[in-house]
Design a protein around this ligand. Structure first.
Ligand code: ZN
Length: 475
């Protein structure tokens, strides 16, 4: 099998090769940007979804599911929103042979599907807060080059929508979403920056947007999630009102929290290496693969021992796969490393006789596992693997950030840049031109760098109102 392209120097080629070779997605479906989830990729997605659902439900959110199609009349009610999405919507204009009176949008996101119904659900302050989420597919007519999991036209999407009594409670919900995302990212071992997007880059219709970005090498960043505060911007056109305790009618304040299969792309991009994908054990389709090593005089010891290992680990709730195909062991090792399996257990004649297995984790660390304490030792190996993987990712995040002191300093950047900005849109655009990318925003959580007070703005030199900001080149 051919070597993977170099991750550092040819990131996108490397990424595409990993997705392909690991068998995570089949892009041969005859609609551009709409890919097939393979069994292996689907299992990773299901494990990922389980984490998102677990964490959001821990904050009191409940699952709903709204229809895919949205009447144009509803879709167009919030003017900024429709302006922002118009160029990306797939329209259904015919039902069978009949032209529809009102064209139907394939949801590109679900504000305009949900909010007319929220207006019916929310009557009194007792109906608040309303915190609901759905995990569904959305559709966006993407015009840039499509990439599996990262930029596609049918997107597996997680969206929370909430209604709160007032702005302060909505702000609190935003904080709660940031905390929930921290737990999600912790499970995926994904380091990230939480940045408040500049006004010109916020979600269409939002009061403000906070995005999570993770650096993915070569000064590129990937947006892996967003939280938006809408204030009353949607509640007014959709008339989502409630009767307050004092008898007055008030508009709700709303928030949303959006994530997608891009998180899977980020896991591949951040953790993967020159040998292929690397999955954290939380979402690995197989956490352990067991390979019996059958030499000429091995007898049936290895096969029997491998069967026992698989049976016991499965019983213990570990996702384990037995690879007893007739390929050479070396070819199997290569393939499962490419597929990102956290731990491989090899069982040959010597292991079978000594009631052990040889464990090799995806970071290449080798050690014996005894059958006597199999479940416990495998758990320990996985925990240690996750710890080391998380540490490696965090170190890469830190290495991918550096402070820039002037506009000149931004030209040809090979890292994501932290800089001082006065907050003006004009300076923001000058920064974007200099880095040939975007002003990603101002940190909502401390950056992993020793930073003092910000100096003068790198664009205009003014010191008043200067704040730290992050600039980079979104993938
Ligand atoms: Zn400035």
């Amino acid at each position: 099998m051919a070597e993977l392209p170099d991750k550092k120097n040819a990131f996108i080629d490397w990424y595409l090769a990993v997705v392909e070779e690991a068998g995570l997605s089949d892009k041969r479906y005859p609609v551009k940007g709409m890919n097939v989830w393979t069994p292996y990729g689907f299992q990773a997605r299901r494990n990922l979804d389980a984490i998102l659902v677990r964490e959001i439900e821990a904050t009191g959110s409940r699952a709903v599911e709204f229809p895919t199609l949205i009447p144009r009349t509803e879709f167009a009610k919030e003017s900024e929103h429709i302006k922002g999405f118009d160029a990306q919507v797939f329209w259904v204009t015919r039902g069978g042979l009949t032209e529809l009176d009102i064209p139907l949008a394939m949801r590109p996101t679900s504000e305009t599907a949900m909010y007319p119904v929220f207006a019916l659900w929310v009557r009194s302050h007792r109906d608040l807060p309303l915190n609901v989420y759905q995990v569904v597919n959305i559709f966006r007519y993407e015009t840039k080059t499509t990439r599996p999991f990262i930029r596609i036209r049918e997107i597996h999407f997680f969206e929370e929508h909430t209604c709160q009594v007032d702005e302060a409670h909505a702000t609190e919900r935003v904080r709660s979403n940031l905390a929930a995302f921290r737990e999600m990212a912790r499970a995926l071992l994904l380091p990230y920056l939480a940045l408040r997007r500049p006004d010109w880059d916020k979600f269409p219709g939002a009061f403000y947007s906070i995005a999570f970005d993770t650096p993915v090498g070569a000064a590129r960043t990937l947006q892996i999630g967003t939280v938006h505060h809408y204030r009353e911007n949607f509640a007014r056109p959709y008339e989502i009102r409630y009767e307050a305790a004092d008898g007055e009618q008030r508009y709700v304040h709303q928030t949303t929290f959006g994530l997608s299969e891009r998180l899977l792309g980020a896991v591949l991009a951040v953790h993967g290496d020159q040998k292929g994908a690397v999955f954290p054990s939380s979402i690995a389709p197989y956490q352990v693969v067991v390979v019996p090593v059958l030499g000429t005089d091995a007898g049936d010891g290895p096969t029997k021992a491998a069967d026992e290992v698989v049976r016991r680990l499965r019983h213990h709730g570990i996702r384990v796969h037995l690879d007893d195909g007739d390929e050479r062991p070396g070819a199997k090792y290569y393939r499962w490393e490419l597929a990102g399996v956290p731990l491989r257990l090899e069982v040959g004649r010597r292991e079978a006789e000594s009631k052990t297995a040889t464990g090799v984790d995806r970071l290449g660390r080798k050690g014996k596992v005894t059958l006597e304490h199999l479940e416990h030792e495998v758990r320990e190996r996985l925990t240690e693997f996750d710890r080391a993987l998380g540490e490696r990712a965090h170190a890469e995040l830190v290495a991918s950030l550096s402070v820039a002191n002037s506009l000149d300093d931004l030209t040809g950047s090979t890292t994501v840049r932290v800089l001082s900005w006065c907050g003006s849109e004009e300076c923001g655009h000058r920064i974007e031109t200099a880095i040939d990318g975007g002003l990603l925003g101002t940190p909502e959580e401390p950056l992993p760098l020793p930073l003092g007070a910000p100096g003068p703005c790198v664009a205009c030199g003014r010191s008043d109102e200067a704040r730290w900001a992050v600039a980079g080149r979104p993938l």
